[in-house]
Design a protein. Structure first.
Length: 261
C-alpha cells in the first residue's frame, strides 16, 4: 500500500486525475477491451471529476472506451431524483465527457427484487473482466462506499442499512433533515473493491485524520473497513497534509521517502 501526501485537496485532486488519465492512456482501451473504472459519489471526488473533465476538454483523454461501475445508490430513489447517485454522476461527470451512457452502471435502488439487482451487478462487473481501477473516498469512521464499520471484509454487493453517523453526514444534501435521508442503500462490498486490480482512495481534511491513522497504523479490522487496503497488492491512499495530523512523524517520513509495500 502506498500513501501519497499532497499539500491540499486541490493538489490531491489533480494528482488523482492525472494518475487515472495516465492509466487509461497506457491501457489503450478499445471497444473489445474497455478500461473498467469504479467510481464514487460524495464531496471527495468532485475535484477529481472537475480535473478529469478539464483533461477531456483539453483533448488529453477520452472516455469513449470506458465502462464505469458506481459504488452505490440509495434504496427508493429513482435516477431522476435530485439526490440519487445516478443524477449526481450525470450532473457532475457523465454529461461533461464522451462516455457512452450505455457503458455507465449505477445500482438500481428502485429494483423490484433488490437482492437480484445486487447479484446482477456483481455479474455485470465479472462479465466486463473485472474493475481495472476503483476510485473511492473514505468516511470519517473509515467506511468505504456504504460498507460501514462492522462490515465483512469479504462482503459483496448487497443491501445495507446506513449508520446514523452516515445519515447525519449526508443530511446536508437533504435540506439538513436526517429523516429525508434513506435508511438503506445498495453498495458494492469490500470484497468487490478488493477484486479491482488497482484501488485509489482520496482522503482529505482534518476530520479524516483519526480514521486515516487507524487505517495506516492500526491492524486490519472490520471496524475500520478501509484498513482492508493493507491486504491489497496495488492500493494507493492519496491524502492532503491535514489528514496526516494524527499519523506518527516516522510514518509520514517513511511514505514521503517513497517507501511502499
Amino acid at each position: 500500500m502506498r500513501l501519497i501526501i499532497q499539500k491540499d485537496y486541490e493538489a490531491a485532486s489533480r494528482w488523482a486525475a492525472n494518475h487515472i488519465a495516465e492509466r487509461i492512456r497506457r491501457f489503450a482501451p478499445t471497444g473489445d477491451r474497455p478500461f473498467v473504472l469504479g467510481l464514487p459519489t460524495g464531496s471527495s471526488p468532485l475535484g477529481i471529476y472537475r480535473e478529469l473533465i478539464g483533461l477531456y476538454r483539453g483533448g488529453e483523454i477520452s472516455f469513449a472506451q470506458i465502462v464505469s461501475f458506481n459504488m452505490d445508490e440509495y434504496v427508493g430513489l429513482g435516477g431522476d431524483h435530485p439526490q440519487s447517485y445516478r443524477r449526481f454522476m450525470e450532473d457532475n461527470f457523465f454529461s461533461h465527457i464522451d462516455i457512452n451512457p450505455a457503458n455507465t452502471h449505477v445500482p438500481n435502488g428502485q429494483a423490484q427484487d433488490l437482492g437480484a439487482e445486487c447479484r446482477a451487478y456483481e455479474e455485470a462487473i465479472t462479465a466486463q473482466g473485472g474493475i481495472e481501477l476503483f476510485l473511492g473516498g473514505m468516511g470519517s469512521d473509515g467506511h468505504i462506499a456504504f460498507n460501514e464499520p462492522g462490515s465483512s471484509l469479504h462482503s459483496r454487493t448487497r443491501i445495507k442499512t446506513l449508520a446514523l453517523e452516515t445519515r447525519a453526514a449526508n443530511a446536508r444534501f437533504f435540506d439538513g433533515d436526517i429523516n429525508k435521508v434513506p435508511g438503506t442503500a445498495l453498495t458494492v462490498g469490500i470484497g468487490t473493491i478488493m477484486d479491482a486490480r488497482e484501488v485509489l482512495i482520496i482522503v482529505t481534511g482534518r476530520q479524516k485524520a483519526r480514521a486515516l491513522r487507524a487505517v495506516i497504523e492500526g491492524g486490519v479490522s472490520h471496524w475500520w473497513p478501509l484498513s482492508c487496503l493493507q491486504m491489497h497488492p496495488n492500493a494507493i491512499i492519496l491524502c492532503d497534509e491535514e489528514a496526516t495530523d494524527e499519523l506518527k512523524v516516522r510514518t509520514v517520513n517513511y511514505f514521503r521517502l517513497g517507501m511502499d509495500n
